[in-house]
Design a binder for this molecule. Structure first.
Ligand SMILES: NC(=O)c1ccc[n+]([C@@H]2O[C@H](COP(=O)([O-])OP(=O)(O)OC[C@H]3O[C@@H](n4cnc5c(N)ncnc54)[C@H](OP(=O)(O)O)[C@@H]3O)[C@@H](O)[C@H]2O)c1
Length: 315
């Protein structure tokens, strides 16, 4: 018997966004779609776990367009995401996005979702001195490069999915509150009293799956999503309650944050400054209710904490 299911080729299947999409497909009773999980290493544990759940695991590399063409061949849909944080290069991120778009075109994919972010350079004049230019011409390279890459997908049946800050950064990206000498916890971020658009990383893939299911009416659209828009003070209160500790939010200036010196501190400093200085625009580009309409079980920050608080390192 032939398999009539529509294949969705998932880039980043072993990661947060693509992993959430694969999970959504595994849990879908209609069995309308089949998961083709793309990875550079089908032998890794996460890839084997996807195969055990029923995914077709296919090897491909974003740096190798021919491998992507093979991986997308015969697919109905393709979820396209890059991982800036593996190489920190805007130019490489754009080249990888171009390869995915070319492969989607060659394969005649019917619906592409490109996981993107906005061009932060449009929010301020080129002469604006509030934050440095990075990699010569970007404000927030991992935002601006993704936005530039939107153009590669032009002419394809694409949905541009504008994502938000993962709350999972608290355990996966070194952004947990840090213990002070008096036993309380300090959470130092350059966000002032402005709201941060956040989301459970897994929910990005779950919303993406709902977009694939909804089909043609999302083609040609830009969809910005978040789980909640919360001030750091509100998030600190929620963390305090969930973890049974006292978390004190400490607003620092972006310049100080950029000077902390960890890898990517300048990039992160610029990013948080965009969230802070352009709260209205950033929040306005991400619609919680639209995300919840697509995926009604979308997690709030409190619900995310209930599920993941044990992963947050309290050192
Ligand atoms: N952290 C945040 O708050 C946040 C918010 C919004 C957007 N983002 C964006 O999310 C992106 C990362 O997505 P994620 O968090 O889902 O990733 P992740 O969990 O770090 O995992 C990275 C995924 O990308 C795949 N990958 C990386 N390089 C690849 C290559 N050359 N060829 C094929 N696959 C490759 C990896 O697959 P294999 O290793 O198995 O090959 C893995 O599945 C970044 O570009 C970031 O800017 C992050």
């Amino acid at each position: 018997m032939t398999d009539a299911r529509k294949i969705i080729a998932v880039v980043g299947s072993t990661g947060a966004q693509g992993g959430g999409l694969c999970e959504a497909m595994f849990g879908d009773a209609s069995a309308e779609f089949a998961c083709r999980a793309i990875t550079r290493d089908p032998g890794k544990d996460k890839a084997k776990a996807l195969a055990a759940r029923g995914a077709e695991v296919v090897k491909a590399d974003l740096d190798d367009v021919e491998s992507l063409k093979k991986a997308f061949a015969g697919a109905y849909g393709a979820y396209c995401v890059t991982n800036f944080w593996e190489h920190f290069s805007a130019e490489k991120e754009k080249a990888q996005a171009r390869n995915m778009a070319e492969a989607a075109r060659a394969a005649g994919v019917k619906h592409v979702i490109w996981s993107t972010l906005e061009d932060t350079r449009k929010l301020m004049a080129p002469t604006d001195k509030r934050m440095p230019l990075l990699q010569e011409k970007y404000r927030v390279p991992h935002f601006d490069a993704k936005a530039e890459a939107d153009a590669f997908f032009a002419g394809l049946p694409v949905t541009l999915l504008v994502t938000s800050f993962y709350w999972d950064n608290l355990y996966a990206f070194g952004l947990a509150p840090k213990k002070a000498a008096d036993g309380s916890y300090g959470w130092m971020l350059p966000m002032g009293d402005k709201r941060l658009s956040g989301i459970a990383a897994e929910d990005i893939g779950r919303v993406a799956f709902a977009i694939f299911k909804a089909g043609p009416r999302y083609i040609g659209r830009t969809v910005g999503i978040a789980g909640e828009h919360l001030t750091l003070a509100r998030m600190s209160d929620a963390l305090s309650r969930a973890l049974g500790i006292r978390v004190n939010y400490q607003a620092v200036e972006p310049d100080a944050y950029r000077g902390f010196g960890f890898p990517g501190a300048d990039e992160m400093g610029n990013m948080f400054q965009v969230y802070r200085d352009f709260e209205k625009e950033v929040v306005g580009a991400r619609d919680v209710e639209a995300a919840r309409a697509l995926y009604p079980a979308l997690l709030t920050f409190d619900q995310w904490l209930a599920k993941y608080k044990s992963r947050i390192p309290l050192e």
